[in-house]
Design a protein around this ligand. Sequence first.
Ligand code: DON
Length: 304
Amino acid sequence: MNFEDLIIDVYREVENLEGKGETASYIPELSKVDPSKFGVHISTINGGSFGAGDFEEKFSIQSISKVLSLILAYRILDFEIWNRVGVEPSGTAFNSLFQLEADQGIPRNPFLNAGALVVTDILLSNLENPQDDFINFVRSISNNDSVDYSKKIAQSEKDVGYRNIALCNYIKSFGKIENEPADVLDFYYDICSLEMSCRDLSELFLFLANDGIDPKSNREVLNERQSKRVNALMQTCGFYDESGEFAFKVGLPGKSGVGGGIIAVHPDQYSIAVWSPKLNKKGNSYKGMRFLEEFTTGSELSLF
Ligand code: DON
């Protein structure tokens, strides 16, 4: 399959679409990002690598980092993690509160803000130096020391983080957060503030296309069973109340972030990252979704 020609064709087609949507204005620093940025990068398990547009520019990966925090917590707790957070799609927005009451503080899945706050709490309880240990983990699995937090983005989100404060305190009220909510939130904002490029992302996530093994270093990031389950969660919950639509149109496990990034994985084939900051009403990149829809249609490769 010649992915390069297809990427160039689809990139040109989607680049010219009307720039619908809005950048994430609820995090002030994110609303300053140039909305015309558009990048894509693919990494294949047999060593292929190709990018188009702004694929080397770092951006705020936001909720894509929830996959990374889940992976680290999963390595620590293994299946016991599912006592703290569910594996069901919520059908709600990423920052929704209301199911927590019926579910007694157990978030439906680890990609909702509620679920990621519980995962952050798990990391806080289990890591000796949480901020350092987490970034070192991300650097080691990505073979990339340039990955870092953005203190500016983290602070910008913290300044207006009323919804996350409510979520964290509400979960704590059910006894399902062990640490101080303020500490959980600080670490959560740091995790969300990671900055990476499309190339960094597609290289990092390639292990999920390869049963948990990084094909470059041959290192096991997750075992095969865990890798399968993280892919299943990305397929069913990675786009919140648009997860069904993403499965329907793109058909791959994936994860979005309000910075406008999307990572998607085709098991046994490739991982692909797209970035375009304007978001649709569900908080997912408008052009990113369109790119992946056209790309998977054009590649004629399908999981189903
Ligand atoms: O907590 C928040 O609202 C953000 N740090 C992350 C949300 C996000 O990226 C949702 N994804 N599309």
